[in-house]
Design a protein around this ligand. Structure first.
Ligand SMILES: Cc1ncc(COP(=O)(O)O)c(C=O)c1O
Length: 434
């Protein structure tokens, strides 16, 4: 039973940019002060809650931007990672452009101040309504996923009397060496068109009255931790652009997608600056603008999930469980991908670590944040911090078991503010009739 003295863990809450060039300004805040602030926030808004640090996002953006070294580029923040309005606005204010994966995300981007010509729209199954609206908005590019979709966009553009700017999403059949559930660049994945079919489809696009081909797009997966697949994908689209230029089809940009991984467990990942320099090196002699669609690398390390221990139980001779008040409803990644997140008590108790499963309150066996993890002693009521949840945390949250959505807080310098309050049960039920 953990009942030792509580002290604030000095190593608590230390979001860092792994191998970034630009240090987050908030890192000057002493760890004790940051932990104390998380305690204050948790008391004020309750748990579970997401807490983001604006300085970490700014630093991650600055690192990517600076690495282009003046080469023409556009950073399209992938809203799918975290489309909370305050986060999207923060990125917009930094000069980012936007990558939307649904019409909802297009609308969030517009609402947060992005112009239509700063938004690229990707999506493997765009509905007729989505195509119609995307065309009428005049987005920077609709990323085309198939010959059928090419046709449908053309038809809607002709009907509207406009030419839609389109980019073709190519599938280069490259193994991103990421988790199979977030790999998208293999022939066996549903995304894009095989790259060898791309020249014919570009010819087709160039011939259509309703289409203006402006770019080629590739996105081979997410949480990619080695540079090689990203380099190969970039080289493949650059070679395609050269071949098209030889035929007189001049593109404006090459959209290299997102996918750069972050270090969830401290093991080495690709340096974001080196990644950008690799893309620029691959593209430079084409003279084309490089677009990227980073999500995770911009916001992932900026967020923590603060949760409270609600039970500690030991099965005799078997497992010890730490049950917290957050689960797969607030953070799907462990249940979806068996993903690893660093987890620690906000305040350390004296005593030895033991091996535990850290689990949520949801009635699903897959609702576990960590299994067989060495963990310091904790007691009911202690706060526990789950790191690196800024991307694909709140964005993937859901209300299974009628659990209202958790609040989100943004720290900016010495201030913090609630950017989404906790959903009430009445709000959750508001769409229903009895
Ligand atoms: C088309 C597209 N672009 C960008 C991203 C962002 O990826 P990440 O968050 O890994 O950078 C994704 C996510 O998988 C995506 O599907």
């Amino acid at each position: 039973m953990a009942n030792g003295r509580l002290r604030v863990a000095p190593e608590s809450y230390h979001p860092t940019i792994e191998s970034g060039d630009v240090a987050p300004t908030a890192s000057s805040t002493a760890p004790h002060a940051r932990a104390a602030r998380l305690q204050d926030i948790a008391s004020a808004v309750g748990t579970p809650c997401y807490v983001y640090d604006a300085a970490v996002i700014r630093a991650a953006y600055a690192t990517l931007d600076a690495a282009f070294g003046g080469y023409p580029h556009a950073i399209h923040y992938a809203l799918k990672a975290n489309s909370s309005l305050a986060i999207v606005r923060l990125l917009q204010a930094l000069g980012s452009q936007a990558d939307a994966n649904s019409l909802g995300e297009v609308d969030v981007a517009l609402r947060c101040g992005f112009r239509p010509d700063q938004i690229v729209f990707t999506g493997v199954g765009k509905s007729a309504a989505e195509i119609d609206r995307a065309v009428s908005l005049g987005l920077l590019a609709i990323n085309v996923e198939s010959p059928g979709e090419l046709d449908r966009i053309d038809q809607r553009a002709v009907a509207q009397g406009v030419r839609a700017r389109v980019a073709l999403r190519v599938n280069p059949d490259i193994d991103a060496k990421s988790h199979p559930h977030i790999s998208t660049g293999l022939r066996s994945n549903k995304f894009g068109v095989p790259i060898d079919e791309a020249p014919a489809l570009f010819r087709e696009m160039a011939a259509r009255r309703g289409l203006q081909p402006v770019g080629a797009h590739v996105h081979i997966g997410s949480q990619i931790t080695t540079l090689d697949p990203l380099r190969q994908a970039a080289e493949a689209v650059v070679a395609l652009a050269h071949a098209l230029a030889d035929e007189g089809i001049a593109l404006q940009h090459l959209d290299m997608g997102g996918g750069l991984g972050i270090s969830y467990d401290g093991s080495p990942v690709v340096d974001p600056s080196e990644y950008v320099r690799t893309l620029v090196a691959a593209t430079r002699n084409s003279g084309l603008q490089v677009a990227i669609e980073p999500g995770r690398v911009l916001v992932g390390p900026a967020g923590v999930l603060v949760t409270t221990v609600v039970d500690v139980k030991q099965f005799p001779g078997a497992k010890r469980f730490v049950v917290v008040d957050a689960g797969m409803t607030e953070l799907m990644r462990p249940a979806l991908y068996n993903a690893y997140h660093r987890i620690e008590p906000l305040a350390r108790r004296d005593g030895d670590e033991s091996v535990v499963d850290i689990v949520g309150p949801i009635c699903e066996s897959t609702d576990a944040y960590a299994r067989d993890r060495a963990f310091p002693p904790v007691a009911v009521g202690d706060l526990v911090v789950v790191h690196d949840v800024g991307a694909y945390g709140a964005a993937m949250a859901h209300t299974y078991l009628r659990r209202p959505l958790a609040p989100e807080v943004l720290i900016d310098g010495d201030e913090w503010r609630l950017i989404r309050r906790r959903q009430t049960l009445d709000e959750l039920l508001a769409l229903e009739t009895e």
